[in-house]
Design a protein around this ligand. Structure first.
Ligand SMILES: NC(=O)c1ccc[n+]([C@@H]2O[C@H](COP(=O)([O-])OP(=O)(O)OC[C@H]3O[C@@H](n4cnc5c(N)ncnc54)[C@H](OP(=O)(O)O)[C@@H]3O)[C@@H](O)[C@H]2O)c1
Length: 256
């Protein structure tokens, strides 16, 4: 797809950060939007900006942890605009969490916040896009942290890795039905939510730049997109190093 125009774009997690910025940057292209998040007033401001740019926009306050609510969002999108052409599953959260400080419940909560939220939309979207003549694109804002277990982000890394694996399987199975899957792996992005979490953030980029990378991935539809390149190169190199060496580098980075 060259450029994104005239599409119905569903963004789950559109009230702030990367998702909100993607909506604002795509708003001028003749697209229709369904924007979803839990915080009503923040979501309303993003929806207003999108409408001001000339786009039709349906905003829905819904918790992605609720599977019935997620199915209702997909139905409402179809009732309003007739289809969902592109879905960006962007809801997620990765707090600083050391494995000697977390409880079992903390790990389960992070899994729900980063994996269940994907599954709850994935299933109704596959059902809907399977009925559409042109299928559709399901993209997920994953993380470079989903490529390996990063210190202080273990539960988050594990949840993102699980989501990536699930989409890998879906991609192979559903290609014949025209449903495409793109997993997007950002490095550190300077959004409000993560600015005060205390983690070191090598190669951090702005949310505006991150949104441009996300939009490029939505246009090109690679199976996986990684950015920015220095952080992506670092993580991919660490993955092929002997564990003794990569652990040493990760311990040093985490201590900074
Ligand atoms: N910032 C980074 O450094 C970074 C790096 C790699 C990957 N990521 C990923 O990028 C995505 C966006 O993160 P961000 O940094 O832009 O943070 P953010 O501003 O907190 O964005 C997260 C969005 O998801 C929504 N959300 C969270 N839980 C939700 C739920 N249960 N139901 C519905 N909406 C929910 C939030 O809105 P409400 O709170 O209003 O519901 C918000 O709109 C996340 O998946 C994150 O893991 C971020």
């Amino acid at each position: 797809m060259a450029g994104i125009t005239g599409r119905t774009v569903l963004i789950v997690g559109a009230s702030s950060g990367i998702g909100a910025e993607v909506a604002r940057q795509l708003a001028g292209g003749g697209n229709r939007f369904v924007l979803v998040a839990r915080r009503a007033s923040e979501l309303a401001s993003v929806a207003e900006a999108v409408r001001t740019a000339g786009a039709d926009c349906l905003e829905i306050v819904a918790d992605a942890l609720n599977a019935d609510a997620a199915a209702d969002v997909v139905s409402s999108a179809v009732a309003e605009f007739g289809s969902v052409d592109i879905a960006l599953l962007n809801a997620g959260q990765g707090p600083d969490m050391s494995m000697d400080e977390v409880g079992v419940g903390d790990v389960s909560r992070i899994m729900a916040l980063n994996y269940d939220v994907v599954v709850n939309y994935l299933i109704p979207l596959i059902e809907q896009m399977g009925r559409q003549p042109d299928g559709g694109l399901i993209a997920h804002t994953n993380s470079l942290a989903g490529l390996m277990g990063l210190p202080r982000q273990g539960p988050y890394s594990a949840a993102k890795a699980a989501a990536s694996t699930l989409l890998d399987a879906a991609r192979v199975e559903l290609a014949p039905r025209g449903i495409r899957f793109t997993t997007i792996h950002p490095g550190f992005v300077a959004t409000d939510r993560v600015s005060a979490d205390g983690l070191p953030k090598p190669f951090q980029i702005s949310q505006e730049r991150a949104a441009r990378y996300v939009i490029r991935a939505l246009e090109k539809e690679p199976a996986h997109a990684y950015f920015p390149w220095p952080a992506a190169a670092l993580v991919r190199t660490l993955r092929i190093l002997p564990t003794s060496l990569s652990s040493l580098v990760l311990r040093t980075l985490a201590a900074k």
